[in-house]
Design a protein around this ligand. Structure first.
Ligand code: FAD
Length: 380
């Protein structure tokens, strides 16, 4: 299927990003997996090369390119290179937009240039041990003092970049009498009262650091409060739509790569005197998956263009995430099956795609939550 989604400038950016991966990431891949994280220095270099917050205004060090396709193509490239733990899109889209969209001029001037250059990277801290999907169940609290400053107490878990990020956007309850009062706060690793808990061992994404965070009486000035501290739910509704589009853009390339790997494997291996690819089952599976990928790619590319035009609503973003992650799951599973036991071995790339993909139907909102979001629009 001809995909007329990218322009020549995107392809130039793609070439530059591919070279960056080849030079800075691929040669160190095994070590990154072993140590459970990509070297922090890699993100500094990514910032220098213009891959971080390229969308930020030039005043804040970015290129002002309001075009999600650059994140989309970076996800395609990391998956193609099997450097799936390199979550450029998450760094660009999951937390900095809260500062850019809802922050004050002072906050933007203070943080965005550091995030653009890679001097700082920013994680998003929402999930808690007792509340993930149920945002209203968060226990982390920010209490306002008489002088207008805040004190933050609580705990977050499963936080991406939990060990490497210097900054986190943290969601916390702001009024004990109002369960829907939620604020978003900027918490720096260097602040007294911040500490990491365990580094969490995962099924996949072995070079991605995921960790627990603890906040003990962290004192926050107005510089650390994003927007209205009672309106975090509204901000997150918009922010999560962007994160979900990112999750869809991260997931579909897995299906593309899984099919490519399965074609390569099944045309090279024989059983019962035939290539595996010659069995009708193989052909039908591959054709079905390819059809799913074509249809989902068209939907995803359309959602990206809607986002660029400021027209992507949270429900359509949820549908896109749901569809892309479910196609991803089916493709990696069925393409692993076509590999036989080889697919279960670490030395075959489909094995890593299978392990890394499992979380996609859970994080950034589970498939069930995506259905709830969409169904609410349909039937209330
Ligand atoms: C690798 C990784 C990275 C992550 N990165 C981050 C991060 O950077 N920041 C962050 O804040 N979080 C992060 N998370 C956490 C992730 O977003 C949450 O775990 C996820 O939203 C689900 O929450 P939960 O685990 O509490 O599941 P729960 O909410 O407890 O859900 C358990 C099950 O119940 C289902 N369920 C829940 N409510 C309903 C309902 N109303 N109807 C039907 N079914 C329901 C869910 O769909 C799920 O199947 C990460 C997780 C992982 C594994």
């Amino acid at each position: 299927m001809i995909r007329n989604h990218y322009e020549p400038e995107h392809e130039q950016f793609r070439d530059a990003f591919r070279r960056f991966l080849e030079q800075e990431v691929v040669p160190h891949s095994a070590r990154f997996r072993e140590q459970g994280m990509i070297d922090r220095e890699v993100y500094r270099k990514a910032g220098e090369a213009g891959f971080l917050l390229y969308w930020a205004d030039e005043t804040y060090g970015g290129s002002g390119l309001q075009d999600f396709r650059y994140d989309q193509l970076m996800y395609e490239e990391v998956t193609h290179a099997l450097e799936t733990s390199m979550w450029m899109g998450a760094l660009n889209r999951n937390s900095p937009p809260y500062i850019a969209k809802f922050g004050t001029e002072e906050q933007k001037r203070h943080y965005l240039p550091k995030l653009t250059s890679g001097e700082m990277i920013c994680g998003i801290a929402m999930t808690e041990p007792d509340a993930g999907s149920d945002i209203a169940g968060f226990k982390t609290r920010a209490d306002r003092r008489a002088d207008g400053t805040w004190v933050l107490n609580g705990q977050k878990t499963y936080i991406s970049f939990g060990l490497t990020a210097e900054l986190f956007v943290v969601a916390a309850k702001t009024d004990p009498d109002n369960p829907r009062a939620l604020g978003l706060f900027l918490v720096e690793r260097s602040m007294p009262g911040f500490r990491n808990g365990r580094k969490l061992e995962k099924l996949g994404y072995h070079s991605q650091d995921t960790a627990e965070l603890f906040f003990d009486n962290i004192e926050l000035s107005p510089l650390h409060v994003i927007g209205d501290p009672l309106r975090g739910f509204d901000y997150m509704r918009l922010g999560l739509a962007e994160e979900r589009l990112g999750s869809a853009a991260q997931s579909l390339p897995f299906a593309v790569e899984a099919i490519r790997l399965a074609v390569e494997f099944t045309t090279g291996r024989k059983a019962f005197g035939k290539r595996i690819a010659d069995f009708q089952n193989t052909k039908f599976k591959l054709a079905e998956l390819q059809t799913e990928v074509y249809a989902t790619q068209a939907f995803l590319d359309h959602c990206v263009r809607l986002f660029n035009a400021g027209q992507l609503d949270p429900e359509t973003a949820a549908a896109c995430k749901l569809k892309a992650t479910e196609v991803q799951a089916r493709a990696v599973d069925e393409c692993l099956q076509l590999h036989g036991s080889a697919g279960y071995m670490q030395e075959y790339p489909i094995c890593q795609l299978y392990a890394d993909s499992r979380i996609a139907r859970i994080f950034a909102g589970t498939s069930e939550v995506m259905k709830i979001v969409l169904a609410k629009k349909l039937v209330g």
